[in-house]
Design a protein around this ligand. Structure first.
Ligand code: FE2
Length: 211
């Protein structure tokens, strides 16, 4: 057989292989968040950035003050404070990710950083912020649930692509994925309120003060 024929057969094999490997594009119907829902969620989640940011900044400050000035070395107490800070940092990352996935821009606004003269006062303010976070995420979850719509999208390599009336394409996320993550944050925040509340009582006990 002439060499050219062999080459032809080989290259057609490659083409077939490439076609087989190319990802399938399918039109499917999925539940996503409506346009109005996205706008409302982006605004609320940008408020959440500010709340989480305030919490993140203050937990390490409280730890430093308690260990450095008040000589509190209760490991469980300090590790609880560290975990609160870590959770807030993780939440902030998720919130930024969700805002971007909804087509929004995260707005970084720093709240007022209180001067640290009184760890208990700052702890009480953290408790108020955690309560604020619970209310905020409750609203966020409610708004997300109320704005679920069915949309036809293209599924391509595991991505969902929506085409608008002007032919512009954007990647969308399934509503359940967004709502599951937001509910997870809400559950964490409810736990945080209880943790900070209990920690204030422990602090009073350790300091031999009010209970
Ligand atoms: Fe929190």
């Amino acid at each position: 057989m002439p060499e050219a024929y062999n080459l032809g057969a080989a290259s057609s094999k490659i083409i077939k292989k490439k076609l087989k490997m190319s990802p399938k594009i399918e039109t499917i119907e999925v539940e996503t968040i409506s346009k109005d829902g996205k706008i409302a969620l982006i605004a609320l989640l940008n408020k959440a950035i500010q709340v989480e940011y305030g919490l993140i900044l203050n937990y390490p400050r409280i730890i430093e003050y308690l260990v450095g000035y008040e000589k509190i070395n209760d490991e469980l107490f300090i590790s609880d404070l560290e975990r609160l800070g870590e959770d807030s940092t993780r939440h902030l990352g998720w919130v930024v990710d969700i805002i971007k996935s909804l087509g929004g821009e995260p707005v970084w606004q720093m709240g007022i950083t209180e001067r640290l003269f009184d760890a208990r006062k700052l702890g009480t303010q953290q408790l108020e912020k955690e309560k604020m976070a619970v209310e905020l995420y409750k609203e966020v979850v409610h708004v997300a649930r109320m704005n679920v719509v069915k949309e036809k999208v293209l599924e391509f390599s595991g991505k969902l692509i929506k085409t608008d009336r002007n032919g512009l394409q954007e990647e969308v996320r399934e509503a359940s994925e967004v709502i599951d993550r937001l509910e997870r944050i809400e559950i964490d925040e409810i736990r945080h309120v209880k943790t900070v509340h209990d920690m204030l009582a422990t602090y009073d006990f350790l300091m031999g003060g009010e209970s």
